[in-house]
Design a protein around this ligand. Structure first.
Ligand code: ZN
Length: 162
């Protein structure tokens, strides 16, 4: 999972636009348009007046529409730590938290493949493994249905910004 800070983009800028590579991904930032394109993902930006006439820039988290100085994830799916469930150790998680359902989905996968690690850095629909030879079809389909139920819940909450 990668971590982006707003400073790593705006810190080095001497005009309002810049292009380059970040963590192997092409990016294009335009402060006048308040936009950042990272690979295929569009991330809105916002600024607040700071001391000495400067500006403090923020990402607008695509998950919860909140100003954030740090985003995590993989390209196409960058979001703040709260949306990505980074703070789960210190937060009391509830069923209205998309991270909770992603964890549940991940647990279903691990019942089939105990060593599974999400290749994209987050659980995706196509991560559900093929049926292991030792598992009976009805059991496999049950896991599959649960997995999809959890994924759907996670996505619904994610879109609502939880
Ligand atoms: Zn967020």
């Amino acid at each position: 999972m990668m971590k982006l800070t707003i400073e790593q983009f705006v810190g080095m800028m001497d005009s309002s636009r810049a292009k380059g590579m970040s963590e192997g991904e092409p990016f294009e930032i335009d402060l006048e348009a308040e936009s950042l394109y990272l690979g295929s993902q569009y991330i809105p930006l916002e600024s607040r007046p700071a001391n000495y006439g400067g500006k403090q820039w923020y990402f607008i988290c695509p998950g919860c529409d909140t100003k954030r100085r740090v985003l995590y994830g993989v390209v196409g799916f960058m979001a703040c730590g709260e949306c990505q469930g980074i703070y789960k150790q210190t937060r009391n998680r509830t069923k209205t938290d998309c991270g909770y359902w992603w964890d549940m989905a991940l647990k279903e996968i691990r019942k089939l493949d105990p060593n599974f690690k999400p290749p994209k850095g987050y659980v995706d629909y196509d991560d559900f493994p093929k049926r292991p030879k030792w598992m009976r079809w009805p059991d496999y389909l049950k896991r599959w249905r649960k997995f999809h139920k959890y994924m759907d819940k996670a996505h619904t909450l994610w879109l609502r910004g939880w």
